[in-house]
Design a protein. Sequence first.
Length: 389
Amino acid sequence: MRLITALSITMLIAVPCMWASAQQGAATGPQIASYSSAVPGPGLVRLKDIANVQGVRGNQLIGYGLVVGLEGTGDGQSTIFTVDTLANMLRRFGITVSPSAITVKNVAAVMVTATLPPYAKPGSRIDVIASSMGDAKSLQGGTLLQTPLRAADGQIYAVAQGPLSIGGFNYSSGGSSVQKNDVNVGRVPNGAYVEQAVPMPVTADGTTLQVSLSQADFTTAARVAAAIRTQLVGVNALAMDADTITVDIPPTMQGDMVRFISRVERVTVTPDVQAKIVVDERTGTVVIGGNVRLAPGAVAHGDINIQVTNTPVVVPAPPGINAPPPVVVPQKSTTATESGGKLAIIPATTTVDQLVHALNALGVSPRDLISILQGMHAAGLIDAEIEIM
């Protein structure tokens, strides 16, 4: 009897709870699945890592200012705009000085640049970079004076001021000098205060959200739209082109855009990557993408080495009493040798490991590999785009 009573009480408690949950689900409409902050599986990336919401971006700022306090390494007298700027600044403080009478060496004119991040509010602080405009030798130890920073519309959005951090040094004495890194560019960490915010709506009509891929690709755009429809139940998404995906905002989420965008950003997808090889002939760097494949073929590559030697030869003096002393005459010789040139078989590859082993079998340097890759691409052995930096 006690068991039946307890079971009845449990059922009476459970049924109202289930009914309340059902009523709540019906009232809120379509439910959006929640995701944990776990790391995505192999091959999967978060949407926020390959795309961004249209309209959410930074804004470039620029300004012109003066750096003072330099140890005799500022602009010289030939930099006229620095002298004129200094005279104008002193005039604002009630000091009238002719530009021709200014002979200071501890002032440098700089261009100040910064990026205003999205949703930066008045009072926020951002980093700024000051770059020398004139013939200053170094900005080490200098202080940037108050500099207004303007956007493309001409309005002032931030004001910068503070000591510069160079990240290097430049010392000279007795005709010799030692320098590390570039000393004509400095950074002022948190050196600018934001004066006004930039309006940044994330949706034009309040019912749709536009997502843009960092690298436009039709396949990736289609996968993103399918992943949003699958992982966010009740949310419709459509790829408009290779760059833009339109996401419909459910009526229950239109008043909580931050939460909705957060869940859209956490959608995981496998992006499609174009087969590409990037080469830099200046440094001999070769970067090969994972989708690059080789067709079977044969490659021969040889080196030509030219060597110029200079051997001193002593020419003896002719016989005689008043003969001149022996003369040392340089004798130059040039030799050219050709090495390598063996024909190597390149098998077909389907994975990155096979590709690396096939290229390493040639036994060439990275600079020679660049020429080989370009020749293989011209012969149709490589199904990839070669980008030269």
